[in-house]
Design a protein around this ligand. Structure first.
Ligand code: AMP
Ligand code: ZN
Ligand code: FE
Ligand code: FE
Length: 274
């Protein structure tokens, strides 16, 4: 089985690309997409690790280059996965999104300060994408909240007092950017979107050139997955899926290889790329 949605320490995951590759090998994952938020920085280390680990695990773990683009639709966060982008084309526009994430992280720290929860913005290296989970972890370490969950429930969840939305970047523009960079745009976890009905939003995204839907995701119920499969059939869309794994201690509970995503979905994705 395969994983088409995973995060590393280059965004809000807790495992480095190398450790994620090793965990995936141990979990018998056959292909692994690195889909960090707004950055492609984890690909090289993952590919290097996959080659190194051939000696240890006696098999090669296929690495699928990807990312999870943060966009806004109806003033709510909407995530779009992009698979196989042309790195050279996407690097410069993505750098802008990354800078925006850094400004947004600082804006959230400023709001927390006003609310009486002073923290230091966590140190972030070049090419690393800060997000709300980093701030939630820092709040926990500082003793302002008990855990990540409380941080999101009280302060950082959408609509909560310290949450700052991504700098304006519409989902339509995001899909267009991915297409211009030869990537396959896929709507990530549609049932986590809070800005409108699926039936109303999907046609707009299709109009912009959306090519697929993430069907398998730990937040989706069986009923929701069946519904998404039906929409994919009806509109001739690609299906993807993954556990959205963020590593141990990241506040997510689905393990690697928990979604039973079949290899055929990756085959179809590659055909669409050609
Ligand atoms: P950001 O892109 O900075 O807005 O952060 C979004 C990420 O925060 C998601 O990908 C999840 O990893 C995490 N997240 C969102 N909501 C919650 C929550 N209620 N509890 C824990 N993590 C969350
Ligand atoms: Zn995340
Ligand atoms: Fe997401
Ligand atoms: Fe994700």
């Amino acid at each position: 089985m395969i994983e088409l949605h995973c995060h590393t320490t280059f965004s809000d995951g807790t495992l480095s690309p190398k450790r994620l590759v090793e965990s995936s090998l141990m979990a018998d994952v056959q292909a692994l997409a690195i889909t960090d938020h707004d950055t492609m920085s984890g690909w090289d280390e993952a590919e290097q690790a996959a080659i190194e680990f051939v000696n240890v695990y006696d098999r090669y773990l296929e690495i699928v280059p990807g990312l999870e683009l943060s966009t806004v639709y109806n003033d709510k966060s909407l995530h779009i996965l992009g698979f196989y982008p042309d790195k050279n084309k996407l690097a410069a526009p993505l750098q802008e999104r990354l800078e925006g994430r850094k400004r947004r992280a600082q804006a959230m720290v400023d709001k927390l300060d006003e609310l009486g929860y002073p923290i230091e913005l966590p140190e972030m290296g070049e090419g690393m994408a800060p997000g709300r989970p980093h701030i939630a972890r820092t709040l926990t370490d500082a003793g302002h909240v008990r855990d990540m969950r409380e941080a999101f429930d009280r302060l950082l969840g959408e609509g909560k007092p310290a949450c700052v939305e991504y700098e304006k970047f519409s989902s339509i523009d995001g899909i267009e950017l991915l297409l211009n960079c030869d990537a396959i745009p896929v709507w990530a976890h549609p049932f986590l979107f809070r800005g409108g009905e699926l039936e109303i939003v999907l046609p707009k995204l299709l109009g912009a050139g959306l090519k697929g839907i993430e069907v398998y995701h730990p937040s989706h119920t069986d009923y929701q997955m069946e519904k998404l499969k039906g929409l994919c059939d009806r509109h001739g869309l690609l299906m993807t899926g993954g556990s959205d794994y963020h590593g141990p201690g990241a506040g997510h509970h689905a393990g690697l290889n928990s979604q039973n995503v079949p290899m055929e979905l990756l085959d179809a994705l590659k055909l669409a790329k050609v």
